[in-house]
Write a protein that binds this ligand. Structure first.
Ligand code: HEM
Length: 526
């Protein structure tokens, strides 16, 4: 059978109906007589309209606006000391990947330069299945309790009545949930407006577990650092571009690759042993905290390069289905509750957005054969696993990895699973509470990491948006959150929006959270 690619050439293709019959005149509809009504028999015309009516699939509920490309990931340093994953132990091995970079809150077609985190999604096509990195361009996130996600997203999108974005709604949520302050520091710095998606870093944010055959594991966070450096736009330029070139990042990515200047990233990991995690100042399941680089230095593992533009955006980027649960052997999720929720949510949305067989769409299909007992369903477009039994047959059984190995190896697998159950105690308690610990890292940004110019840019960027808040309650509560970071920061914002200074939000002292952490394994804290 000829492949579709033979027919997809740009030039010289013969115009046909969808069943492949040549059409003499594409712009004419069949009519009864010269000026009469149209004919039902005109398959070409009816098929054209009916297909057009169905051109849109559901938009992603978040991350709808995006650009994407293909490339490769190459392993440059072995990780054999911390994982038995085949790819990560094979220095020099390259796998193809697809990347999709997105804004979060805006609809498809909204401005690329909006102040927003950027999604940073990669699908690595490994010989042991697809491994998706569904990251953001910030190392932390707004929430650490997944129950807040949909509430939070609603407030960052549109008001149910006016269908307008609403500064009160936006800041009302944030002031009520002060654990978001670290992300708000980054978002309203110039990092919130990257200069093109090909010039920004990406971070797993979440902690993962990388395992070894002997049952041991290491906690890992992944960092992808753009070799260009993280380039940003100042607030004014980003704002101007929303009108002058709303597709700024999409165009930059496409033109850069088209010109053969392939954007590249170096991939690093931060690692932590379970013992280090127990003694770490912060909870490693807390998505609002970073692991200080001094204590947990970046260790290079590989690089990736984007060297190919999509030939068809819809087929290769819009239909791409990334999921944090698409993992490969020896890579496991941690108990981070946000990550745990994401393991469910993405597959659910793919089934809604693309259908139960979304994994058969070429951009999503693994490069290795899929063999299991899933069959049929809408749009089964591969051979549906042929004549292989659709249950575990004793006559033609499928081989499981565990019964391919020796009995001894099977036991090792079980041990791996058992030890994998470990997680640090107290996680749920100190993820739920706001304490002084939550303000340490935002304060370090403001007081130590940023220079005067960056501090000034932050206040200006915040004032542009926060100035739109009408409710004094919402305004003062958020000012009290900034004051808990640093009184001067809050006062400068208050002045910029014409408000009075506000005292810091009262929170529990850090010592309380830390005291509870030391109780791990003992009776519950007070
Ligand atoms: C997209 C849910 C947190 C990164 C999405 C989508 C959903 C979703 C439903 C649309 C997927 C699609 O239609 O294909 C959630 C939930 C979260 C959460 C429930 C928390 C409870 C996060 C976090 C990150 C992240 C913490 C990054 C560390 C992304 C990215 C995309 C995305 C990169 C776009 C993927 C693509 O390009 O197709 N999320 N998300 N999300 N999310 Fe999340």
């Amino acid at each position: 059978m000829p492949t579709q690619e033979v027919f997809d050439k740009k030039d010289g293709a013969v115009y046909t109906t969808s069943n492949g019959a040549p059409v003499a005149e594409p712009y004419a509809a069949q009519r009864a007589g010269l000026h009469g009504p149209l004919l039902l028999q005109d398959f070409h015309h009816i098929d054209l309209l009916a297909h057009f009516d169905r051109e849109r699939i559901p938009e992603r509920v978040v991350h709808a606006n995006a650009a994407g490309a293909h490339g490769y990931f190459e392993v440059t340093h072995s990780c054999a000391d911390i994982t038995s994953n085949k790819l990560l132990c094979s220095v020099g091995k390259k796998v193809r990947l697809t990347a999709r970079f997105s804004t979060v809150g805006g609809e498809s077609g909204s401005a690329d330069t909006a102040r927003d985190p950027r999604g940073f999604a990669l699908k690595l096509r490994t010989e042991e299945g697809n491994w998706d990195w569904v990251f953001n361009n910030t190392p932390i996130f707004f929430i650490r309790d997944p129950a807040k996600f949909s509430h939070f997203i609603h407030t960052q999108k549109r008001d149910p009545q006016t269908h307008l974005k609403d500064a009160d709604m936006f800041w009302d949520y944030l002031g009520q949930n002060p654990e978001s302050i670290h992300q708000m520091m980054i978002l309203f710095s110039d990092r919130g407006t990257p200069d093109g998606v090909h010039q920004m870093h990406g971070y797993s944010g979440h902690t993962f577990k990388w395992l070894k055959d002997d049952g041991s594991f290491t906690y890992v966070q992944v960092h992808c650092r753009a070799d260009s450096g993280f380039k940003t736009l100042d607030g004014e330029t980003a704002h101007r571009l929303t009108a002058d070139n709303p597709d700024y990042s999409t165009e930059m990515l496409f033109r850069t690759i088209e010109a053969g200047k392939f954007p590249s990233w170096t991939v690093y990991i931060q690692t932590m042993t379970p013992e280090q995690a127990e003694n770490f100042r912060y909870n490693i399941l807390d998505l609002t905290k970073v692991w200080p680089h001094k204590e947990f230095p970046l260790r290079p593992i590989g690089r990736f390069v984007l060297d190919e533009n999509p030939k068809n955006y819809f087929a290769e980027i819009e239909q791409a289905a990334f999921a944090p649960s698409h993992l490969v052997p020896y890579i496991e999720p941690s108990a981070d509750p946000v990550l745990q929720s994401r393991l469910f949510s993405y597959l659910d949305t793919h089934r809604h957005r693309l259908g139960a067989n979304y994994h058969q769409i070429p951009v999503n299909a693994p490069i290795v054969p899929v063999a299991n007992f899933q069959r049929d369903g809408p749009m089964t477009v591969n051979n549906n696993q042929g004549n292989r039994p659709n249950y575990q047959s004793s006559i033609q059984p499928l081989t499981y990895i565990s019964n391919k190995e020796t009995l001894e190896a099977g036991c090792r697998n079980q041990e791996r699973m058992a030890r994998h159950e470990n997680f640090i105690g107290g996680a749920y308690r100190d993820l739920g509470e706001i304490t002084e610990l939550d303000f340490e890292q935002p304060r370090a940004l403001w007081q130590k990491v940023w220079n005067d110019q960056q501090r000034e840019a932050y206040v200006k960027n915040v004032a542009g948006h926060f100035g739109g808040v009408k409710s004094p309650v919402v305004r003062d509560r958020q000012l009290s959150v900034w004051a808990a970071v640093d009184q001067d920061l809050s006062d400068r914002i208050a002045k910029a929006v014409g408000a009075k200074p506000v005292a810091p939000l009262k929170v529990k002292p850090a010592a309380e959270a830390l005291r509870f952490r030391c109780n791990i394994g003992g009776p519950p804290g007070p």
